[in-house]
Design a protein around this ligand. Structure first.
Ligand SMILES: [Zn+2]
Length: 266
């Protein structure tokens, strides 16, 4: 776990806490007036988040005011329903029309994604935990590209699809922070595209978009923070997949044993 303090303005101080979650980092932003989760974590992270509020922040869990959901994968949306029930927090997504896991194909994709998450947990040496969550997310508000986060106006979203069709990135221009969720991961200490890239053209578009934030601190779901550099993004663009990498294709490859050494999470 790590915490840093940033001065957003003369009056506003924020603390950025990085908590080790079940299979991903949990980015919690703390202000006097309340707390913001940059993503919806895994169902298995509920106790971790509760304990962090209780023992580290020494604040009631009801100080969690807003939970962002960057996309619907188990380590980004899995804890949302439990947190909502516990805190009545506002659940915020980007804009979409159709649920990501709609129809029988969607339900199958949901099961495959949970299987992949369990596979990642096994690879990380984590104990098996229940990570089931509803495939249908009930958000309170959808934000459009460029809109600010309610109650946390120093944060806004930009659309960065590619990993899925609805991924969003969170930006804080005052503190020079950018949280890209799964847009970028790391294998063997090298930044790279995630294992799933459902929409390759949109993915490259999204990488080009974040080039306007060079020099910002790059926050990711599976990699420690680092400064966003032009050269890194150019390399990612050059190496970006040109054909879709879907969860079914990934699962097939795992079963065939080709990806057994793929992940090298920090
Ligand atoms: Zn994902």
């Amino acid at each position: 776990m790590a915490s840093t303090t940033k001065k957003v303005s003369e009056l506003i101080i924020m603390k950025h806490h990085i908590i080790q979650g079940y299979i991903q980092y949990i980015h919690l932003i703390e202000y006097d007036h309340g707390c913001l989760l940059l993503d919806g974590a895994c169902r298995a992270d509920l106790t971790t988040i509760q304990n962090f509020f209780l023992t580290t922040l020494k604040r009631p869990i009801t100080d969690l005011k807003v939970v962002m959901v960057t996309h619907l994968h188990p380590d980004h949306a899995g804890c949302v329903a439990s947190l909502k029930q516990l805190t009545q927090c506002m659940v915020v997504t980007g804009t979409y029309t159709t649920p990501w896991y709609s129809g029988w194909r969607g339900r199958l994709a949901h099961l495959i994604d949970m299987t992949l998450a369990i596979w990642v947990a096994d690879r990380m040496g984590k104990k098996r935990q229940n990570i089931w969550y509803s495939p249908i997310l009930k958000e309170d508000i959808q934000l459009r590209d460029g809109e600010v986060v309610p109650e946390f106006e120093d944060w806004h979203i930009i659309n960065t699809p590619g990993h899925t069709d609805r991924d969003i990135t969170l930006v804080n221009s005052s503190a020079k922070l950018i949280y890209v969720a799964d847009l970028i991961v790391s294998v063997k200490n090298q930044l790279c595209a995630p294992i799933l890239v459902c929409f390759p053209e949109q993915y490259v578009y999204s990488l080009k978009r974040i080039k306007q934030y060079i020099g910002y601190t790059l926050l990711m779901a599976h990699v420690s923070p680092q400064t966003l550099e032009n050269q890194q993004i150019d390399e990612l663009i050059n190496q970006a997949p040109t054909t879709p990498r879907t969860n079914m294709r990934t699962l097939t490859r795992i079963i065939k044993g080709k990806w057994l050494n793929y992940f090298a999470f920090k």
